[in-house]
Design a protein around this ligand. Structure first.
Ligand SMILES: [Fe+2]
Ligand SMILES: [Fe+2]
Length: 451
């Protein structure tokens, strides 16, 4: 059913594209709307209604968050949210004419919809399609509402980080209150339900925006710090510094940052300059942000042995916060690459980072990091040596290679396994990239968790 719903949505938004380019009278549109309508009626033959929600930045259907569809249709989500549409319901009996008018409504410019969206639909004779805001999470099942709250928290935090970074760059005032609230909410959540939030970090890495990277590094740094026994306030200060660690990168041309080929020496030195650029900019905000963001922005590539950059005229051991952020930063950047370009399985990331032990990274902190986070991050989809597919649910601090996993496939062989206790017979064999070979199992993870 999920595949058919996703297909229908893809077809529907193909109609929208055509409607924007031509008109709904165009022969191309006729073809596209026929296909979409056929898909919808076949779904509605089996169910009374089809309700799709937008939760945070994702499409959702019943208990499922449709990560894959959301990734493809991200601009559409922004577009719908601008029109205050958070929920679309299609009812059995919907006519092709109604679907066409609905696409016309979606194709309108924002200021052309003068009335409330639902009122607009009714006034155009659309009775079997309904739009509106999502019900409050109070009326949802507790497990669903908990998962949606996590999504919402992540989405709200990334929005507030995005706004802050942009304000800082355009020299406008920053809404520090919002930022602090987000960090506090994340911190509270990390203490009670860190597994869920960390799984979200694992899954969200498909998005390579600077603010998603900043949020992930902040979440990882706060979790790592609190597990190290650092006081809550200090963890939040480290989180705040992590948010701004790459601020200077926003000054550097996108072309260089995203360049797939080898960089020239000149381009490299431009990239290296992000540490000083960021620190200079943050110096102007010491009154509100404190001095730690300046220190971390300057030092996060300095390395434990101070052999990285920037080159300082004196030997200086980096601040502990910089050493913490630098581990989380490299970890997130390598993991992001895994999802995007080359395959960087977690084991390889572990090996790469271990090579920097004592040089790039503080040896004690690096060991502690993998002890806390494990080699296979929570939320990873993996194949086991007996060919079953599982998801990593919890780390095992005594054996960083053998976390607790939950078998998700085959469906009849589901169980939770502490891999340490099954050694040497059962172990993790491969990592399945959630955007490639692991994609088919994403929905199963959510079902298992009752999202
Ligand atoms: Fe950086
Ligand atoms: Fe970074």
């Amino acid at each position: 059913m999920i595949e058919r719903i996703e297909e229908f949505f893809r077809d529907l938004f193909a109609c929208l594209q055509i409607a924007r380019l031509y008109t709904t009278g165009h022969v191309q549109f006729e073809k596209a709307i026929d296909k979409a309508y056929e898909g919808l009626t076949s779904i509605l033959n089996e169910r009374e209604e089809l309700i799709i929600g937008i939760i945070g930045e994702e499409f959702a259907f019943e208990k499922e968050i449709l990560f894959d569809l959301s990734k493809v249709l991200k601009p559409v989500i922004v577009y719908l949210k601008e029109r205050e549409v958070e929920r679309i319901a299609f009812y059995r009996g919907v006519e092709k004419r109604e679907l066409t008018s609905f696409v016309e409504f979606l194709a309108l410019k924002k200021d052309e919809v003068k009335k409330d969206s639902q009122e607009y639909l009714v006034s155009h004779g659309i009775k079997n399609i309904n739009v509106g805001k999502i019900e409050t999470s109070k009326s949802l099942k507790p497990e669903l509402s908990k998962a949606l709250d996590q999504q919402q928290l992540y989405a709200d935090s990334s929005r507030s980080i995005n706004l802050s970074l942009e304000s800082l760059l355009s020299k406008e005032s920053v809404n520090y209150m919002n930022l602090r609230m987000s960090l506090k909410n994340i911190m509270d959540r990390l203490i009670g339900e860190h597994q869920e939030l960390l799984a979200l970090v694992t899954i969200k890495r498909y998005d390579i925006s600077t603010f998603i990277h900043s949020l992930n590094v902040a979440i990882l740094s706060m979790h790592f710090s609190s597990k190290l026994g650092i006081a809550k306030d200090d963890c939040m200060a480290i989180g705040m510094a992590a948010i701004f660690h790459d601020l200077g990168k926003l000054y550097i041309s996108r072309k260089i940052i995203k360049k797939p080929d080898k960089l020239t020496e000149e381009e490299f030195s431009k990239i290296r300059s992000h540490v000083t650029l960021g620190a200079e900019l943050l110096l102007e905000h010491v009154d509100n942000l404190g001095v730690l963001p300046v220190v971390v922005a300057l030092e996060h590539h300095l390395g434990f042995d101070a052999n990285g950059y920037p080159k300082l005229p004196y030997i200086k051991k980096p601040h502990k916060a910089s050493l913490i952020v630098s581990i989380c930063d490299v970890y997130d950047a390598l993991s992001q690459r895994r999802n995007y370009k080359n395959d960087y399985p977690p084991l390889l990331i572990y090996e790469i980072m271990m090579k920097g032990k004592g040089t790039s990274f503080d040896p004690e902190l690096l060991d502690a990091y993998f002890k806390i986070m494990g080699v296979w991050p929570v939320g990873s989809i993996v194949s086991l040596s007996d060919s079953r597919i599982a998801v990593v649910r919890e780390e095992d601090e005594e054996d960083i290679f053998s976390p607790c996993v939950e078998v998700i496939y085959p469906l009849e062989k589901k169980e939770s396994i502490k891999l340490k206790e099954t050694k040497p017979s059962l172990k993790i064999e491969h990592y399945l990239n959630p955007w490639k070979e692991g994609q088919a199992y994403l929905a199963l993870i959510q079902k298992e968790k009752n999202l």
